[in-house]
Design a protein around this ligand. Structure first.
Ligand SMILES: Nc1ncnc2[nH]cnc12
Ligand SMILES: [Zn+2]
Length: 334
């Protein structure tokens, strides 16, 4: 086991629908009497070569079609949490976008009931602390996002936060100010995908107009040094996803990935997996890619793990406990 394998970590940017492994996609399709447009898992994997975010999203939404019943959502969540726990993940704040399923007539209770049961069982069986962040899809209207908040209202006690995902270009955060205001009024923690393919101005909008507490990706902040200083000064964390950015051609090469520059500037940057099977790795593969491509040593890897807990929406007591575990792990490795 390597230093990274056993380093205690939090994962703050993973889409549950994006954790569907190809063999599981085929198993769930068969269970639900559906025929997939691919002959085999190999044929499906051959599609995992993306020109950009929208290309990827077409395949991602196609995969969502095999999720139909409560047990499908349970199995999906349970499998991710098992995998995460085996990689030293102590806390996972997971995104889930109900709109794809609501539009197919699958009740919120089936979706969220399966997910929350799996979170509860994984907490008991594996000791991993899971939490749910509902995301609206920004290619849809703000009215649809507001309807989503209503559709999940009776599950509010099981939902930690609210975010915004899907196709970024042309769908700025300013389109969703009322959605974020309503979510904030209902007591949710707020986060927003921004600066993945969109410009730094989208990150500023997410902060100034939507008042979010975290930025998901934030890659393009590197183009705007004043914004980087602001993220540091205001302690706004970034949940970055290196292998995702590589596979979606956001970045050509991880040897120039801006995460070290962000760390030096004092930004609370974190490493995450986004949609692991689609992008070639779970959390530890993302840490390992940075270790290899940027030459990160134990000190910087430890800072990234510390940041993951500092940036989480966990209670302060839980954060303090996790930070002690990270410090012990680092000390034992010296
Ligand atoms: N990388 C990503 N960006 C935006 N929305 C997503 N949904 C799943 N993965 C996503
Ligand atoms: Zn994402």
């Amino acid at each position: 086991m390597s230093f990274i394998d056993t380093l205690p970590k939090a994962e703050l940017h993973v889409h549950l629908e994006g954790t569907l492994e190809p063999d599981e996609m085929f198993r769930l399709a068969a269970r639900n009497g559906l025929v997939l447009p691919w002959e085999s898992t190999e044929a499906l994997r051959a599609e995992y070569s993306f020109t950009g975010l929208e290309h990827f999203l077409r395949l991602y939404f196609e995969g969502c079609k095999v999720l139909c019943r409560r047990e499908d959502f349970y199995d999906l969540t349970a499998a991710y949490l098992r995998r995460a726990a085996s990689q030293g993940v102590r806390r996972a704040e997971m995104f889930f976008g109900p709109q794809s399923f609501l539009e197919r007539g699958i009740p919120a209770a089936e979706q969220l009931g399966g997910i929350t049961d799996a979170i509860a069982d994984a907490s008991t069986d594996l000791g991993i602390d899971g939490a749910l962040i509902i995301t609206a899809q920004r290619h849809r209207t703000e009215a649809a996002a507001l309807e989503l908040l209503e559709a999940v209202r009776s599950f509010q006690d099981s939902i930690l936060g609210v975010g915004l995902g899907s196709a970024e270009a042309g769908n700025p955060p300013s389109k969703f100010t009322r959605y974020f205001a309503a979510a904030r009024a209902q007591g949710y923690r707020l986060t927003c995908h921004a600066g993945e393919e969109g410009p730094p101005a989208y990150i500023r909008e997410a902060l100034d107009l939507c008042h979010v507490e975290r930025i998901d990706h934030g890659y393009t902040a590197a183009q705007d040094p004043d914004l980087v200083s602001r993220l540091a000064d205001e302690a706004i964390p970034l949940t970055m996803c290196p292998l995702s950015n590589l596979r979606l051609q956001v970045t050509d090469d991880l040897t120039t990935y801006p995460i070290v520059d962000f760390m030096k500037a004092g930004v609370v940057v974190t490493v995450n997996s986004d949609d692991p099977p689609y992008f070639g790795g779970y959390l530890n593969e993302n840490y390992t890619a940075l270790e290899q491509q940027l030459g990160l040593g134990a000190e910087k890897l430890t800072t990234l793990a510390r940041n993951s807990f500092l940036a989480s929406f966990a209670d302060q007591g839980q954060i303090d406990q996790a930070l002690s575990a990270v410090a012990e792990h680092a000390a034992a490795a010296r």
